[in-house]
Design a binder for this molecule. Structure first.
Ligand code: ATP
Ligand code: PMV
Length: 198
């Protein structure tokens, strides 16, 4: 693969969390708050879903969505992606960062230790890891249903242990407001991005 010249970010928030914990929702709030000039969202699953959809004639936008369409293909997408990661753990990380020019990056969907290790290796001083947490009851209310072979496999459990997260965001009705929980991340981003981010 030709070497891609990528503008160096000043800060990278690498988010992870269980299905329907609210990764996209929370990262969308940060992106909205910081603005597109300063911040971009990188989805590791986007290049995977794009190629998978192309090979199978599926609807890429639907695979990116939060509905049930993608759930039909999740197990096969996981297997498809893992075959590629076995050959090159950073394959989707490199593709996801293409075209990112903003100083603040948000990776919304890390799932494996190899994802975190890639960013820690490539961007050791810029990378911060954030976990989004929600109870199973809350996730069920958002449309999650335990699925054997998915919710007990690496795609969902790969970061359950052995990671010292920089922040844990509790995305629950009875938790402090997200704006309050995200304050420290937003302040750090504004500090790193400089005056244009304020
Ligand atoms: N704090 C919240 N308030 C209101 N709606 C929320 C909140 N958090 C999540 N949701 C909603 O719950 C659903 C699941 O959230 P989201 O898509 O962000 O989860 P996810 O962790 O990205 O899931 P997946 O891994 O399946 O993509 C979405 O419809 C989202 O709008
Ligand atoms: C195949 C996969 O990328 C699907 C992720 O979809 P989503 O982020 O839950 O919308 C999960 C994985 O890579 O294990």
């Amino acid at each position: 693969m030709a070497t891609m010249v990528v503008a160096k970010p000043k800060l990278i928030f690498v988010f992870s969390g269980k299905r329907k914990s609210g990764k996209d929702y929370v990262t969308g709030l940060i992106h909205e708050r910081l603005g597109s000039e300063v911040c971009c969202i990188l989805r590791l699953s986007a290049p995977l879903k794009e190629q998978y959809a192309r090979e199978r004639g599926l609807d890429f936008e639907e695979l990116l969505g939060s509905g049930q369409y993608k759930e039909q293909y999740r197990a096969d997408m996981i297997a498809w992606g893992e075959r590629r990661r076995e050959q090159d753990p950073g394959f989707f990380c490199r593709l996801a960062q293409r075209g990112a020019t903003q100083p603040i990056w948000i990776v919304s969907d890390a799932r494996r230790l190899s994802d975190l290790q890639w960013f820690w290796t490539e961007y050791p001083s810029q990378t911060r890891c954030v976990r989004v947490e929600a109870s199973e009851l809350t996730r069920q209310k958002r449309g999650w249903e335990f699925t054997p072979g998915i919710d007990d496999a690496e795609s969902e459990c790969g970061l359950d242990h052995g990671v010292n997260f920089d922040w844990v965001i509790h995305n629950e009705e009875d938790a402090p407001p997200l704006e309050e929980q995200l304050q420290a991340l937003l302040l750090l981003a504004q500090e790193k991005a400089g005056p244009e981010a304020s």
